[in-house]
Each structure stands twice: as structure tokens, then as C-alpha cells.
Design a protein around this ligand. Structure first.
Ligand SMILES: Nc1ncnc2c1ncn2[C@@H]1O[C@H](COP(=O)(O)OP(=O)(O)O)[C@@H](O)[C@H]1O
Ligand SMILES: [Mg+2]
Length: 248
């Protein structure tokens, strides 16, 4: 396997608060990685830096041999890295099809000007993606009318159309009820494996992390707590990770 992500001693502070402290790890192409750790551990900060939302204060992030800071072409970057979040980032007043096709465009200005100009090929793309996430009949439904689980599936369909090599997911199922959460998570992981994508997802649920992911990276207080294959993670590891004692 080839290395796709190299995180080299990155740090990030917010005023006096240390969010991440000299964190390093690498990820191979096609790996399915769950990021776990208590609230405030630095998971969101890390994913936002991997998604080039903001840069680290120190250290570097290299994606496929290229410094992330140099990946300034938005279109090219969108082919490399896609993000999915807890708050689905969909435009509620638009029909589902437009939100799905937004995966092909890099900004909403362009998106909105294209709203009335769907070409048949676009419709085929969107239909295929929605079929894959089980929403084929919702093409022209107003997005805000869908349930939370369905909206997250629309976000997955948009990601399918975008087709990035790396998918970053920040608590992708945190706002869904448990049954729907597991369904959507399973779909996310299955799509990533089928598309041979590299997936890094932060999760509240250690149970789901162990069940669906190859590797668990645990953060605590902005530092790496452990980085292990799922099968090697013990209940004791988890207990210590979430323990409130400082140096356990
Ligand atoms: N915008 C911000 N301003 C100040 N502090 C922040 C901000 N975002 C995050 N933090 C702090 O940085 C630390 C890491 O936060 P975060 O990355 O959101 O952790 P997680 O996603 O694991 O819960 C926390 O202590 C949090 O309070
Ligand atoms: Mg977070």
C-alpha cells in the first residue's frame, strides 16, 4: 500500500488553549480509520486541518506527496479531499438533485447559477448516486423535507458524485438516532471500501469504531493516546482513554 497522508508534528492552539500538540501519523491509501477520544481531544481540529479548512500553527500535512498548504486549486483539492459533517451542509430549500450535484462544483455561487440548467447527464449522475444510498425516488424532493437520516444519505450521494480520494467525516452520525446512525455509518464505510477511498471518521461510539474500522487513532488532550488496529484495542485501552484522571 502507498502512503496517502503524512501528518508531521502538527500543533494548533486557540489563544492559550492547546488543541493539538505535536501530532504525527501516516495513513495508507484505502485505510479506514476511526478517530476517537473524549470531547475536546482535538478530533475536529485535526479533521479541519486535514481538510485544509485552516492550517496548523506548526508542523506540516502532506497529501500524496504534496504539502496541503500548496493545494490551492479548489477543484483539484475537491478531487483529493471530501468532507462530511454532523450538520450536513445541505441547502434545505433546494431539491435533492441540486445538493447531490453540488459535489461536482467547488462553490455555491456557481451552483446556484446552474440551478435551472440541468443537463440529462447530470440527472443520470445524481440518480445513480441516490440509488446507491437508497433514495432514488427523492430526486426532486425539497431537501429540508427529508428526515435527518435521509439528509445524511443525500450528503453521502453528494460525496459519491464528488468522488474524492480521501473522505473526512466529523461525527457523521452524531445527530441521528442509534438505528439510523448505524445504517448511515455502514453505508459510509461500504461506499469508501467499494470506491477504494481512504476514510478518516471521528466517532462518539467506540462500539461502531471497532466494528466498522480497521484502525483506531485515539486522541486525548491534543495528543496521540494510541494508534492501533481495531482488533488490538482492549476494553482497558478504552477505559483509560475516556477516564477523567489526567495521567491514567
Ligand atoms: N474556535 C475555538 N476557539 C477556542 N477553543 C477551541 C475552538 N475550537 C476548539 N477549541 C478547543 O480546542 C480543543 C479541541 O477541540 P476539538 O478539536 O473541537 O475537539 P473534539 O472534536 O475532539 O471534541 C478543545 O479544548 C476546545 O475547547
Ligand atoms: Mg468535534
Amino acid at each position: 500500500m502507498a502512503e496517502i497522508i503524512n501528518v508531521n508534528r502538527i500543533s494548533k492552539n486557540y489563544e492559550r488553549k492547546i488543541a493539538l500538540s505535536s501530532l504525527s501519523f501516516t495513513v495508507e491509501k484505502g485505510e479506514l480509520v476511526a478517530l476517537i477520544g473524549p470531547s475536546g481531544a482535538g478530533k475536529t481540529t485535526l479533521l479541519n486541518m486535514l481538510g485544509a479548512i485552516f492550517p496548523p500553527d506548526q508542523g506540516e500535512i502532506v497529501i500524496s506527496g504534496k504539502q496541503i498548504a500548496e493545494m490551492t486549486d479548489q477543484k483539484k483539492r475537491a478531487k483529493k479531499i471530501g468532507m462530511i459533517r454532523q450538520q450536513f451542509d445541505l441547502v434545505g430549500e433546494l431539491p435533492v438533485i441540486h445538493n447531490v450535484l453540488a459535489g461536482r462544483l467547488s462553490d455555491w455561487g456557481v451552483m446556484k447559477s446552474l440551478v435551472s440548467l440541468l443537463i440529462p447527464q447530470d440527472k443520470d449522475y445524481a440518480t445513480a448516486a441516490l440509488d446507491r444510498v437508497g433514495l432514488k425516488d427523492k430526486l426532486y424532493e425539497r431537501t429540508s423535507k427529508l428526515s435527518g437520516g435521509e439528509q445524511q444519505r443525500v450528503a453521502l450521494a453528494r460525496l459519491l458524485v464528488q468522488s474524492p480520494e480521501i473522505v473526512l467525516a466529523d461525527e457523521p452520525v452524531a445527530s441521528l438516532d442509534p438505528a439510523r446512525a448505524e445504517d448511515v455509518l455502514e453505508l459510509l464505510v461500504n461506499i469508501a471500501s467499494e470506491e477504494k477511498q481512504t476514510l478518516i471518521a471521528s466517532l462518539h461510539s467506540v462500539e461502531y469504531a471497532r466494528k466498522y474500522f480497521d484502525r483506531l487513532i485515539a486522541l486525548k488532550n491534543g495528543e496521540l493516546f494510541f494508534d492501533l488496529p481495531s482488533s488490538s484495542v482492549s476494553d482497558d485501552h478504552i477505559k483509560r482513554l475516556y477516564s477523567l484522571k489526567e495521567h491514567s
